[in-house]
Ligand binder design. Structure first.
Ligand code: FAD
Length: 415
């Protein structure tokens, strides 16, 4: 078996993993990024997600900065679409968000990783973890070269399903996953329209497919496992085929055909860790002792004025050191999870995990012994807001007072 070492190893090149890798590498550390598929972006690209949710609060103030902001702009670098500049107006419905084209975003993410000289191992899956006294020291990965043993000072689990945490024996909580997925279709008429109007945005259309039969909501599964993932993917194909046949009976195969199917299982909230801290549904506008970031609730961008503080402890598995979580598998529960798994926030948790990992290497400590104050200092130097007061000053409670709990859609799970 071969052996390799890096300062920081990140598992999963979804939006969280890419952000973590960029943050860690920009601190000057040797980073290896492991990805089981052959593209970057995870669900955001291979799952045809398309919508980059807002970084602003809905009142014209940008609340998320840093890599999440860089990625928002890069999501449009090689594809059509624009950010509506009216997001800066206090009473506009426009938000600081974008609709992007998945393949264009994949290329932009790859370019960023190359620019930061990150060693990306594609087509490589993490199969095992190795610990000593609850400290994660190394992992095993498998690819066409066989198994390699990779050691590092610090690891980031950005696999979406908490694969490293589970393999390390960390305690987890599981979520319910709704059956619906997005695929892109097009037609010769759409192509003609795009050419005649000189507007490529009408070329690809998105179909959100939900299973019409509630008995078949197999993805209302708890957590994730091999068999249900296969069932879910099979059902996805059946439904896409059904939809295609229906539409082609109406329009013919030239005027409705599938362009891009999801190439990842369309799962959302599968597994999250039990962390040192948790974010829960009732935590809107709640101050947290170990807060290192803030983020808006954007599942429904029409609803404003819901803001979360993100505790550093939600990225730290309770008992396993040497490991940070990023993305949709941090410790976040109920409808707080629904917001923290969106790509604006997974980019943010990725940057925080990558920064904390880099600081642990520099300071020769572990993520669990790095203090919130040390981490805040670095994040603030990069223009991040770590608390409500950082963003709104001592008057933040006036804004919070406008929050109406009845606006919250606790069942929202559409994106
Ligand atoms: C149908 C659907 C629609 C959605 N719509 C929206 C939307 O409009 N806007 C929005 O913001 N969010 C949306 N979401 C949610 C959002 O896309 C995801 O929650 C987010 O992209 C998760 O990012 P992540 O980096 O945490 O995880 P993921 O995107 O899941 O990335 C994890 C990465 O890790 C890799 N990986 C996993 N296991 C291993 C392993 N063992 N070894 C190596 N690599 C591994 C995977 O291949 C993947 O690349 C949607 C989700 C779905 C399913």
């Amino acid at each position: 078996m071969k052996n390799t070492h890096a300062d920081i190893i990140i598992a999963g090149a979804g939006i969280a993993g890419v952000s973590a890798a960029l943050a860690a590498a920009r601190h000057g550390h040797k980073v290896i990024l492991i990805e089981k598929y052959v593209v970057c972006g995870g669900l955001a690209t291979a799952g045809n997600v398309l919508w980059y949710p807002p970084l602003c609060d809905g009142y014209g103030k940008q609340v998320i900065h840093g890599i999440a902001d860089e990625l928002l702009n890069m999501s449009l670098a090689y594809g059509p679409g624009n950010i509506d500049p009216d997001w800066k107006l206090n009473d506009s419905k426009a938000r600081l968000m974008a609709h992007f084209t998945p393949a264009a975003f994949m290329l932009a993410l790859f370019e960023l990783l190359k620019g930061a000289k990150i060693d990306v191992w594609f087509d490589t899956i993490v199969t095992n973890t190795h610990l000593e006294n609850n400290q994660l020291n190394s992992i095993s990965v498998y690819n066409k070269s066989g198994t390699t043993h990779l050691s590092a000072h610090c690891f980031v689990d950005a696999t979406g399903d908490a694969d490293l945490a589970v393999a390390s024996g960390a305690k987890i909580h599981v979520g319910q996953n709704r059956m619906n997925f997005w695929y892109l279709y097009t037609s010769l008429n759409a192509a003609k329209k795009a050419v005649s109007e000189d507007d490529a945005s009408s070329l690809l259309r998105v179909k959100v497919v939900a299973d019409p039969d509630p008995a078949n909501h197999i993805s209302m599964m708890s957590g994730v496992d091999g068999a249900t993932t296969s069932q879910l993917v099979s059902r996805t194909h059946e439904l896409a085929l059904m939809h295609t046949k229906e539409k082609q009976a109406e329009h013919g195969r030239h005027n409705h055909f599938p362009a891009i199917l999801p190439t990842m299982a369309s799962t959302r909230m599968t597994r999250g860790i039990i962390g040192r801290s948790t974010i829960d549904g009732d935590d809107i506008w709640r101050e947290r002792d170990d807060s290192v970031a803030i983020y808006p609730s954007t599942t429904n961008p029409a609803v404003r004025n819901q803001m979360w503080e993100l505790p550093y402890g939600s990225l730290l598995p309770e008992k396993i050191d040497g490991l940070l979580m990023a993305g949709r598998c941090i410790d976040s529960r109920n409808w707080a999870w629904n917001d923290s798994r969106l790509i604006n926030v997974v980019a943010l948790t990725g940057e925080i995990a990558g920064t904390a990992a880099a600081m642990s290497v520099t300071k020769k400590c572990t993520p669990h012994t790095l203090t919130t104050e040390e981490l805040r200092k670095t994040l603030r130097s990069k223009k991040h807001y770590c608390t409500f007061s950082d963003c709104y000053g001592t008057n933040w409670k006036d804004l919070a007072a406008r929050f109406q709990p009845e606006q919250v859609d606790k069942t929202a799970n559409g994106h």
